[in-house]
Write a protein that binds this ligand. Structure first.
Ligand code: SAM
Length: 284
């Protein structure tokens, strides 16, 4: 079997996937269909695709949408994509790094050009080595999207969906669930890709909330508390928050004032409980 995706490009199977760019191309039409259907794209929507690769998701997603703009880092793939979609004026391929792209500005420009465009839907089969930075960037930049539907390594998806009390629950779960409601779209397995990855995958849909899941007085401080809380998972909250609060004793005092036992660990706290701790620090 060649390294190229099944029927994925004008060059057939001659393209050699680049491991360093996380290139595992989708080769199962059923999975592609599930992702597009599960992403909730509607006729007039603007789709932003991250890492189109050979365009396996690009065409069906564009068919369902009003316009699709894809950002691809690999300069070898950009001309392949541009020639493949040369006759489609509703598909635009941008060469660039998603982590360096001003996605808010990109969306503004698209909407200025065509004010009739509807909701913004972000989709992608992400390069797994930068899944978390991509998600965090989209959330922290408050990209004005209705939803983000992305394929990722199964273990990362489990961390995103985790509830308090388990080993998977952490800063990533809170960041995603604070900004979004999270639902599972489908699973994918090694044989669904060319070349085959060594891990299983899952597609999640993150629907951006109109109101965040907690209402801390200072959002930046809230996430500083979450980050500090999970900085040493085995330690108690009073230990983890000592640096942020001045000392372990001060941290214990703040936690007690927030109604939280200082000997608890971060992984047991709900998003609202973290907000109570952050608000006590804020009031200090
Ligand atoms: N969407 C295609 C598919 O499903 O067949 C390709 C998915 S492949 C897992 C990830 C794609 O992201 C590759 O085409 C890779 O070149 C691209 N990529 C890697 N890093 C990127 C970055 N920082 N910005 C944009 N694209 C990137």
């Amino acid at each position: 079997m060649s390294n190229g995706p099944r029927g994925g490009s004008s060059r057939g199977g001659s393209y050699r996937a680049k491991k360093r760019l996380g290139q595992n191309f989708l080769a199962n039409p059923a999975v592609i269909q599930e992702i597009v259907a599960g992403s909730g794209i509607e006729e007039n929507d603007l789709v932003i695709e991250i890492g189109p690769g050979m365009g396996a998701l690009t065409e069906p997603a564009a068919d369902a949408a009003g316009r699709l703009v894809a950002i691809e880092l690999d300069s070898d793939l950009v001309p392949v994509l541009r020639s493949k979609f040369a006759l489609r004026d509703d598909i635009e391929i941008i060469e660039g790094d998603i982590l360096e792209t001003d996605v808010r500005r990109l969306i503004e420009e698209q909407k200025e050009k065509d004010p009739s465009l509807g909701a913004v839907r972000v989709i992608g089969n992400l390069p797994y080595y930068i899944t978390t930075p991509i998600i965090m960037k989209l959330l922290e930049d408050e990209v004005p999207a209705a939803s983000i539907t992305i394929m990722m390594q199964k273990e990362v998806a489990e961390r995103i969906c985790a509830s308090p009390g388990g080993k998977d629950y952490g800063a990533l779960s809170i960041a995603c669930q604070y900004h979004c409601t999270v639902s599972e779209v489908c699973d994918a397995f090694a044989e669904d890709f060319r070349p085959q990855p060594k891990v299983d995958s899952k597609v999640l849909r993150l629907d951006l909330r109109e109101e965040k899941a907690a209402s801390p007085k200072d959002e930046k401080l809230y996430f500083d508390v979450v980050k500090a809380g999970f900085s040493q998972r085995r330690k108690t909250l009073s230990n983890c928050l000592a640096g942020l609060c001045g000392s372990k004793a001060e941290a214990a005092g703040i936690l007690e004032a927030a109604g939280i036992d200082p000997s608890r660990r971060a992984e047991t706290l709900s998003m609202e409980e973290f907000a109570r701790v952050a608000d006590e620090i804020y009031e200090m």
